[in-house]
Design a binder for this molecule. Sequence first.
Ligand SMILES: Cc1cc2nc3c(=O)[nH]c(=O)nc-3n(C[C@H](O)[C@H](O)[C@H](O)COP(=O)(O)OP(=O)(O)OC[C@H]3O[C@@H](n4cnc5c(N)ncnc54)[C@H](O)[C@@H]3O)c2cc1C
Length: 492
Amino acid sequence: MSDTRKYYKGSTDGKAPFHGDPLEGIEAAYDVVVVGSGLAGLTGAVILARAGRKVLLLEQHYNLGGLATWFKRRGGHIFDVSLHGFPAGMKKTCRKYWTKDIADSIARLDGIRFDNPQFRFDTEFTREDFVHKLQTVFGLSQTAIEGFFAELAQMDFYSNSGETVGELFERHFPGRNDVHRLLLEPISYANGSHLSDPAIAYGIVFGNFMASGVYTFSGGTDRLVKAMKAELERLGVEIRNRVQVDRILVEQGRVRAVVAHGRTIACRAVLSNANLRATVERLVGQEHFTPEYAASVSQVRLNNSSCQVYMGLKEGESIPFITDLLFTSSAARFDSMELCDLHTQSRTFSFYYPKTRPGLERYTIVASTNAHWSDWNKLTPEQYEAEKAALIQRTLTSVEQYVPGVRTKIEHVEAATPRTFEFYVQSPEGTSFGTKFEGLKPSMTMHEQVRGLFHAGSVGIIMSGWLGAANYGVIAANKVDAWLHSLVEVNA
Ligand SMILES: Cc1cc2nc3c(=O)[nH]c(=O)nc-3n(C[C@H](O)[C@H](O)[C@H](O)COP(=O)(O)OP(=O)(O)OC[C@H]3O[C@@H](n4cnc5c(N)ncnc54)[C@H](O)[C@@H]3O)c2cc1C
């Protein structure tokens, strides 16, 4: 996933650039146009198609999946971008809303390891194992631990006390930075949670993970997205990629059409999977919303972005099983800002063994760090290349601690930065996890501003990550369906 623009729109993977009309053969009008094919957009589309709606799904990129994506490089390398780990709930979501085959391919990770100056161990990443570690490694009392988990179990979306994650941790485990690290660091990589974010958002997501560990999709992201595409096509969804939606047309407070590729496509509803702020400010236009709503959206903070280093081993080379997911840091203490620093000492390694893509005897390693757009965006081209090269070198040095000599086995290495993510999915500031908590309300109430306009995509921390985005697609699609239903009743 290089951000070198020559790879963009149809020239990656050795594919010829696309010269045809990506909208050829579409109809003049649809019940719903879904803008964007991230996990929220795809899942929204499948629900609407099952409800019998005529759906057009438009995606600007040549792949579907949004950040749930992959890319190939010469030498037979396939890299997954965000397939690191999600909660067990994804299995239920996929069984209920996608297919049994997709759900059955969701498998639990075999190994998760922490390694930092404060602690080092393997974990099953379940409540039982965390309780055990908190007692035996961190020396906490059963009462303190149970008190924390009991409070998490009671958290729900409607009981936001305004407390931050940091305050929640301090109340239960005062002064225990090591415990705070255990509880938050992995979630920060999955959805960008910080110590300053609302405890409620953290609690819900952490609780999901604690249910029964961390899961992945066997076969890789390419297989998942291919299966989702096949299901959408079976249900009659018209899917077009390489189609940039330029505008969502609103007349008299109601969605009428989308403008894409020079064409106006009529529709009764739009489900936008583009970023919340991009939807309001770029696609619709602030003038179509009340000043209060438009102002609230412009004040929504974006979540952080990411950097990644992709390492592909030469064909025939292998590494022993170390773990699947490694949270590693040489920072003495945990700190949300350190995690995003340009020169952070904290990263995760996802090790992809042949079991990831059964039948392909290949090994890849992907290192991920959280990152700030502002750190990377301000760099000159020379500084940018130098920082990327330095990031790669730091990462190779780090991985060699766990896999001695792996450098000589690595045939392909490249880095992605916030600029890469911004470029590929058009999320403002390359945000990997959408918006902070305050984005939830405007996202969920968008249809109250413009009739027929709905949003589904990473917002509010709760609705981000693979599971959050997919589930949000379901919630939003049900609202779209109800809206379409109400139109029929009015017209009857
Ligand atoms: C490096 C990294 C690691 C991650 N790790 C994990 C993890 O371990 N576990 C986890 O659960 N989650 C992880 N995530 C987060 C997860 O991938 C995302 O939260 C989720 O995939 C977002 O889905 P989404 O539906 O919100 O939208 P996105 O994936 O952002 O998709 C939006 C889509 O809309 C398209 N689009 C935007 N504007 C337009 C337009 N105008 N016209 C047409 N198309 C448009 C974009 O091209 C894109 O395809 C990670 C993310 C990153 C970047």
